[in-house]
Design a protein around this ligand. Structure first.
Ligand SMILES: [Zn+2]
Length: 94
């Protein structure tokens, strides 16, 4: 439960606003108060995308739209997370 595929099982994530490291499952950044997408949302989007993909054979147009929206949201969140992650690594001098 709660494991994320890929990324070597990394569990930390970083504020999408200030880049400070956040605790697992934080909803708001404790440094700047920015609302975080959070691992729970990412996990939820992932499982939703997976479910939609599995039932995709008989998908209606509406379901396809939802799927595309979910996938693009997930992709956007992950891209944001990676960018912040890289920025945080630079900040910590690595
Ligand atoms: Zn922040």
């Amino acid at each position: 439960m709660g494991s994320i595929e890929g990324e070597g099982g990394e569990r930390m994530f970083y504020c999408t606003n200030c880049g400070e490291a956040q605790d697992d499952g934080m909803t708001f950044c404790r440094f700047c108060g920015e609302k975080q997408p959070g691992l729970q949302l990412i996990n939820r989007l992932r499982s939703e995308a997976r479910r939609l993909r599995q039932s995709g054979e008989e998908s209606t147009t509406a379901a396809t739209n939802i799927q595309q929206e979910t996938m693009s949201t997930l992709a956007r969140l992950e891209k944001m997370r990676q960018e912040v992650d890289e920025a945080a690594q630079h900040r910590s001098g690595r």
